[in-house]
Design a protein around this ligand. Structure first.
Ligand SMILES: [Zn+2]
Length: 466
């Protein structure tokens, strides 16, 4: 009888259905157990000893999450969190390459100012990172990451008590769309989730800051339970989002089980998007079109907002940490250019005046020769202003591209020749942007990379030529 049951495909169908119900229930728990609050309670967070869980989902473009309008149900757990928290509808990351973008995210400053624009650049010790500010405020700090571009040798470990790549132990049945590498990235994001839960078990009784950097969306990696959308390149990407979303549920449920969710500020962001030949290339770190730089930002306070807040203005990844530090009532990052979006959140909820002085422009930057030592810089700068995006190559003497998403949401049609006034105005914005004073922390040093480190980076699919 048991043997027959085990051999029957129906048994597995029933089991899969049961697991699906369990998944739905766990998703529901996130919201149902959360105490409710009001938008004005955001102003009171600075008077409470809240923890921070900061999750970076590498390579996650916003428009592939259901809560951002995607037609596929890739992200039920993130959607549930967004519905009970704050979702920023339009977010611009500051580069399309991990290290440049992450340096901007942590320092609240554009790549031009961080100086971290090429493969050997590192954040100098003189810079002050959010983890240092939190550590000084008494937080236990931990960073768990699987992307070699944010390794300690590039200066990203400053302020963390624990900063580590999790030991690769998981090997779930998986499908991988990318060409197998001779130096594969070992393990999966479940390793990161388990390390994070272990941190909560051992240090969760202290006031803590936990940074988790997920990589399986970057690697198009997922298990059988998330193989929902097919096996083509883009399907694999969506499957990997679903798999990461399940990791998010595990992490959040671990907070619930320890009674920590109502004491914790949760933040989800990404460092850049991913292209699927919209502009002739796939992947990222090559250009600055919308698919490469538009990322999600979901903020979940230690209480449930009903309804959740949707912030319509274009905000930037440089605003993320100024906002978190503002909410916590902690000192600002010295030299930060980003601003707290707290006034935008309150305005969107009808709990504050309209934020009329919000910067109208958002920039992103990429040195297209970042991976080659001897190559001359090939800077690319993008500026967004309302529905317009201008992309300028070089120092401004070359022709620029202009897109208007009112008539062209995919940024497919370059209308620079038809709109010379817009081009001239936005070029001026870029000139003003590039003429800003240098960072107070000085120049970014270059670090030597040994073969081991280089192979760890090549495992991510980057061509790095020292
Ligand atoms: Zn990345």
């Amino acid at each position: 009888m048991l043997k027959r049951l085990l051999e029957s495909p129906r048994t597995y169908f029933v089991l899969a259905a049961l697991l699906f119900v369990v998944a739905l229930l766990s998703q529901f728990r996130i919201v149902a157990t959360h105490p409710s609050g009001t938008p004005s309670d955001l102003l009171e967070l600075r008077n409470r000893d809240v923890n921070v869980v900061f999750v970076v989902i590498d390579t996650l473009r916003a428009d592939h999450l259901s809560s951002y309008g995607y037609e596929r149900p890739t992200s039920p757990n993130l959607d549930a969190l967004a519905a009970a928290g704050v979702r920023f509808a339009s977010v611009e990351s500051q580069s399309s390459w991990t290290k440049a973008s992450m340096a901007s995210l942590w320092l609240g400053a554009y790549p031009e100012r961080t100086g971290v624009t090429r493969y050997a650049h590192a954040i100098p010790e003189s810079a002050k990172l959010p983890a240092e500010i939190l550590k000084e405020a008494g937080f236990a700090t931990a960073g768990i990451w699987r992307n070699g571009w944010v390794a300690d040798n590039f200066g990203f470990a400053q302020g963390f008590d624990v900063y580590q790549r999790p030991v690769p132990s998981q090997s779930p049945e998986r499908m991988e769309r990318r060409t197998p590498s001779s130096h594969p990235l070992l393990g999966t994001d479940l390793d990161a989730t388990e390390s994070a839960i272990e941190f909560l078990r051992t240090r969760g009784h202290e006031r803590f800051f936990l940074y988790v950097h997920y990589m399986d969306v970057h690697q198009y990696l997922y298990d059988e339970g998330s193989a929902l959308f097919g096996a083509e390149y883009l399907d694999a990407y969506d499957n990997a989002i679903h798999w990461t979303d399940r990791n998010v549920a595990l992490l959040v449920n671990a907070l619930v089980e320890r009674g920590l969710l109502a004491e914790t500020l949760l933040v989800f962001v990404s460092d850049h998007g991913e292209a699927f030949f919209e502009h002739g290339t796939e992947g990222h770190a090559r250009n600055l079109y919308r698919e490469a730089v538009e990322t999600p930002w979901i903020l979940v306070p230690p209480f449930r907002l009903d309804p959740g807040i949707v912030v319509p203005e274009t905000v930037r990844n440089v605003d993320v940490w100024p906002t978190i530090l503002d909410l916590l009532g902690l000192p600002e990052i010295p030299g930060a250019e980003g601003r707290s979006v707290l006034p935008l959140m309150l305005a969107a909820a009808g709990a504050g005046p309209p934020a009329t002085d919000w910067p109208p422009t958002a920039f992103s930057q990429l040195d297209q020769s970042w991976g080659q030592t001897d190559a001359e810089p090939r800077p690319l700068t993008s500026v967004r202003e309302g529905p317009l995006r201008l992309i300028q190559r070089g120092n401004g003497s070359e022709a620029a591209e202009l897109y208007d998403r009112r008539s062209d949401p995919g940024e497919e049609y370059d209308i620079a020749a038809e709109r010379p006034e817009d081009v001239a105005r936005l070029r001026r914005r870029i000139q003003e942007f590039l003429a800003r004073p240098p960072a107070p922390w000085g120049e970014s040093p270059e670090v030597e990379l040994d073969e081991l480190r280089l192979n760890q980076l090549r495992a991510l699919g980057y061509v790095v030529e020292p």
